[in-house]
Ligand binder design. Structure first.
Ligand SMILES: NC(=O)c1ccc[n+]([C@@H]2O[C@H](COP(=O)([O-])OP(=O)(O)OC[C@H]3O[C@@H](n4cnc5c(N)ncnc54)[C@H](O)[C@@H]3O)[C@@H](O)[C@H]2O)c1
Length: 277
């Protein structure tokens, strides 16, 4: 998710520093980002010069101390409140006083993320859609302590980077995941109950409902580990059984079948790119 968000910012001409403590994740991001822009050139959607300047706008660091001159941080760590707090507080300890904090959570409360941070008034929810470089929608929400200044600055940031912000309340799942998390869990339970194979479910949903992607294709793109973490976080708040992770999801994650990121989930993937171009 972080790589896709970095693309939306870099192509607007804004320099991006991509931080991840895992060198392997940084290497993967570097590859995804350069593949995205090179594919855009090959498809005639960008000039080689524009693509090169967007690629050069992104730098990669694996230590928080290397995050310097940051006006806006877009946090896209996996769905774990404690890990998000730990990063944000370590970052804010040396950040400029007016640094804006956008958090890309799918299910956690913006108010709770903000409340555990040193500067809660500057935290705004910004839930991007996957794949971020192709999907303009960003669901924006305020925490109880978010200031009007931070809210307006976050809105302007989305518009400046060509995204389409829409306002939602600070509720688990916002708009999209209110539907998508239980829908995806229902589909996984259908597969587990042997009602239909992934290919058949996808074909049915695309053909009958006009969806661009079938649910199994979409879960593979989102990542089964992300679906698992989001379901756990969502269920913990709502106690709705449809939000609880199905056993098959847990088994596939345990087996490392995470979807496109591991080249296999409900489908097998060879060398096709995640974002297209
Ligand atoms: N995948 C989606 O479809 C999707 C869509 C919208 C929002 N989100 C949200 O985006 C966030 C990230 O999801 P994802 O699917 O990209 O997860 P992911 O597990 O694929 O990636 C998370 C990244 O965070 C890195 N990380 C771990 N600890 C860190 C730390 N302390 N500081 C910085 N980075 C750290 C990991 O190395 C990893 O590269 C989650 O909150 C998720 O709910 C995901």
């Amino acid at each position: 998710m972080g790589s896709g968000i970095a693309i939306t910012i870099a192509r607007s001409g804004i320099p991006v520093t991509l931080f991840d403590p895992a060198e392997s994740a940084l290497e993967r991001s570097r590859q995804l980002i350069s593949d995205f822009f090179n594919t855009a050139v090959a498809k005639g959607k960008m000039t080689p010069e524009d693509a090169q300047s967007a690629i050069s706008a992104v730098s990669y660091v694996s230590a928080i101390s290397e995050l310097k001159n940051v006006n806006v941080v877009v946090e896209a760590i996996f769905e774990d409140l404690g890990v998000k707090h730990e990063f944000l507080n370590a970052f804010l300890a040396n950040a400029a006083p007016d640094t804006l904090v956008l958090t890309n959570t799918s299910t956690l409360s913006i108010t709770e993320i903000a409340a555990g941070c040193a500067r809660p008034a500057q935290v705004v929810g910004a839930h991007y859609c996957l794949p971020a470089p192709l999907m303009k929608l960003v669901e924006m929400s305020r925490g109880l302590q978010t200031s009007d200044e931070a809210w307006q600055a976050a809105w302007r940031f989305q518009e400046a980077t060509g995204q389409l912000p829409i306002e939602t309340k600070d509720r688990p799942g916002f708009i999209l995941n209110h539907f998508c998390i239980p829908y995806h869990n229902d589909v996984i339970r259908m597969i587990e109950s042997d009602i239909a194979a992934p290919e058949e479910i996808d074909r049915a949903m695309k053909s009958a409902l006009g969806f661009a992607m079938g649910p199994c294709e979409l879960i593979d793109l989102i990542g089964l580990d992300t679906q698992l973490r989001a379901s756990e976080a969502f269920f913990a708040v709502t106690n709705d059984p449809r939000h609880a992770p199905p056993p098959l999801l847990r088994r596939m994650v345990a087996a490392g079948q995470l979807g496109r990121k591991t080249k296999g989930g409900f489908y097998n993937y060879s060398k096709d790119a995640i974002f297209g171009g």
